[in-house]
Design a protein around this ligand. Structure first.
Ligand code: AMP
Length: 363
C-alpha cells in the first residue's frame, strides 16, 4: 500500500520510518527540493496548490494524510474527490482557525481561556475590555510556534499591537498564568477504536516546544482523555490528534489541537510500546491500534539551530538521537534527543549532561 503525505518535513520522515516495517510505501508532496522526508519517499516537488501535482499524488497513492495544517482547502477537496484523506477535512479546517477551534471546544463543554474575535482596532479595544490584560493577540490562521502573536501588557498601545499583527483576522485570548503545560496524543481508527498516550508535560521557550516528558499516571490524565474522547467522536476523527492544555488551578484549559502527529509525542518512539507515528498509520489504514503505555521514563528534547556531535549524545546509555537531515539555521528544529530509562537519579544526571549540548541551550 502506498500512502501519500502532504508535506515532506520531519513528521513525514518519521511516519515513513514507522511505516516501512508495516510494508507501506510513501509519496510526499512538498515544494522544498531538500524536503527531509524525500530520501525516504517518492518525492513530488511542487506547490500544495499545483493541480497536476495533486492529481499525480492522488493517482499514485491508496490513501492520503498530511503532516501540517496549512494545506489549501481546495487542494484537500480535490484529493478528497478521488482518495480517502485522513484525518477528516473538517478537523483540518476547524483546527487551523483559532476562532472556530475555540468555539468548537466551548460547544463541547471543554474550557478555554477567555477569548474574543478581533477583526479591527475597534474590536481589539472592545475585546480588551471583556478579556482583560495581560492577553495575547493571535492571528486566526497560519500561526504556529508563537508566530503571529502579540502580547498585550498593561502598557501596550493597542494601535501598535494591531499594526504589528498586520491587521489580520485575529482573536484576543486571556493570558493564562498556568502551573504547567501538558498535551495528550490521542488516536482513533477507522473502526472507531480509540487510544490515548500518557500525558506529555511540555516546556516552551519563546513559543517553541523545547522539551516533552511522558507522565505516568498523572492526576490530569482522565480529564485530558475525557476531552480528547469527546473531540475525536465529534469530529468522527481518524488518525492521531494532539491537544495542548494549560493546567490552571487543577483544571485543564485547552490551548489548541493539531490534527496530526505532534512534536510533544516524539518520546513515544522509544518510550511507548507503539509510537504515535505507527499508531497514526494503523488508524488510517484500518488496522488495530497498538498499546500506548509508557515504558519507564521518557523525555524528548528538541535540537534547535545546532546539531551536537553524535558521540556526545550516544555516550549516555538510554539516549537516542534523531536527526532530520536538515541544514542547521537559527531557530530551526533539526532533530531531537530522547532519554529513556528506569532510574530517576541516572535520568536526572543524563538530562544535566544533555542540557549542555549545542542545540539544547536555555532549557
Ligand atoms: P500557541 O502558538 O498558541 O501554541 O502558543 C505557543 C505558546 O505560547 C504556548 O505553548 C504557551 O507557552 C504560550 N501561550 C499561548 N497562549 C497563551 C495564553 N493564553 N496564556 C499563556 N501562555 C500562552
Amino acid at each position: 500500500m502506498r500512502i501519500g503525505i502532504l508535506g515532506g518535513g520531519q513528521l513525514a520522515r518519521m511516519m515513513a520510518l514507522a511505516g516501512y516495517p508495516l510494508g507501506l510505501d510513501f509519496t510526499v508532496l512538498c515544494p522544498a527540493e531538500d524536503a527531509c522526508a524525500a530520501p525516504l519517499a517518492d518525492h513530488i516537488c511542487a506547490r500544495f496548490d499545483d493541480q497536476s501535482a495533486l492529481h499525480e499524488l492522488a493517482g499514485k497513492t491508496d490513501l492520503i494524510t498530511y503532516e501540517f495544517e496549512n494545506v489549501p482547502a481546495e487542494s484537500v477537496d480535490l484529493l478528497n474527490a478521488n482518495n480517502a484523506v485522513y484525518p477528516p477535512t473538517r478537523a483540518l479546517m476547524l483546527g487551523r482557525d483559532r476562532l472556530l477551534e475555540k468555539n468548537l471546544f466551548n460547544e463541547l463543554g471543554i474550557r478555554t481561556a477567555p477569548f474574543a474575535a478581533v477583526d479591527s482596532l475597534a474590536d481589539l479595544e472592545q475585546a480588551v475590555k471583556t478579556v482583560g490584560r495581560p492577553a495575547i493577540l493571535k492571528s486566526r490562521t497560519e500561526g504556529y510556534d508563537g508566530k503571529g502573536q502579540q502580547l498585550i501588557r498593561e502598557d501596550t498601545v493597542l494601535a501598535d499591537a494591531w499594526q504589528a499583527n498586520g491587521g489580520a483576522a485575529a482573536i484576543l485570548e486571556g493570558f493564562v498564568p498556568f502551573s504547567r503545560e501538558v498535551s495528550i496524543i490521542a488516536v482513533r481508527s477507522r473502526s472507531g477504536e480509540m487510544a490515548f498516550y500518557p500525558l506529555s508535560e511540555n516546556i516552551h521557550l519563546d513559543g517553541i516546544l523545547r522539551l516533552s516528558r511522558g507522565l505516568d499516571h498523572d492526576p490530569m490524565q482522565s480529564q485530558a482523555e475525557g476531552h480528547a474522547r469527546r473531540l475525536l467522536a465529534h469530529l468522527d476523527y481518524v488518525g492521531v490528534l494532539a491537544i495542548e492544555f494549560f493546567e490552571h488551578q487543577g483544571e485543564l484549559l485547552v490551548n489548541e489541537y493539531a490534527p496530526r502527529v505532534h512534536n510533544s509525542g516524539h518520546w513515544t518512539i522509544e518510550g511507548a510500546e507503539t509510537s504515535q507515528f505507527e499508531n497514526h498509520l494503523r488508524a488510517i489504514i484500518g488496522l488495530p491500534l497498538g498499546p500506548t503505555n509508557l515504558y519507564g521514563r521518557a523525555l524528548m528534547i528538541n535540537l534547535i539551530g545546532e546539531i551536537p556531535a553524535a558521540q556526545d549524545v550516544l555516550v549516555l546509555p538510554g539516549a537516542h538521537l534523531h536527526l532530520y537531515g536538515k541544514r542547521p539555521r537559527p531557530g530551526r528544529k533539526v532533530g531531537h534527543i530522547t532519554l529513556h530509562g528506569e532510574n530517576e537519579e541516572r535520568f536526572a544526571l543524563q538530562l544535566d549532561h544533555v542540557r549542555k549540548l549545542p542545540g539544547v541551550s536555555g532549557i
